[in-house]
Design a protein. Sequence first.
Length: 171
Amino acid sequence: MTRRAGAALVREPKRIQRLPHFRGLPVPSTLVVEDGVPDFTTPDHDKVAEHVRRGLCHLCGERLRREVGFVGGVVSMNTGMFRDGPMHLECARYAFFACPFVDGQKTTYRRLREDRVIAHRQATPHRPEHMGIWVCDWSTTLGSGPRMQFIAGPAIRVEWDCELWRRFGDG
């Protein structure tokens, strides 16, 4: 499947094509899904813990290889701490273009349901001005359940939004 993302047509990697889809978007393997409807703002903490334990990609759910990517804003790029877990680089790059929030089509956070646990307060209710992918070869976690954070190993490189659009955004 090809999805329009900003100015680019982005082809889903095969491992993402295997995921269930909802309204044209792949449903990440760690989300809360109730009655067949995914909540794109809420991770299922049991699924997240299982992905950490088994070394699985937090988007497609398949086993991770050596290099992994974390998607985040400037604060995450400065600290190496992320709210969302590690992904295959191709999954992280796909999310970068296909996720309406990450690719900039959506610039504010959706109001969360009151019955959902808010794991982390965001520094701002708006999308960071710049986002990137932190590439590393290991990570660890801090905390558990709704307070879990991911601490990335030293960056092998950071792929910033402008570089990603230049390299991969032409379809």
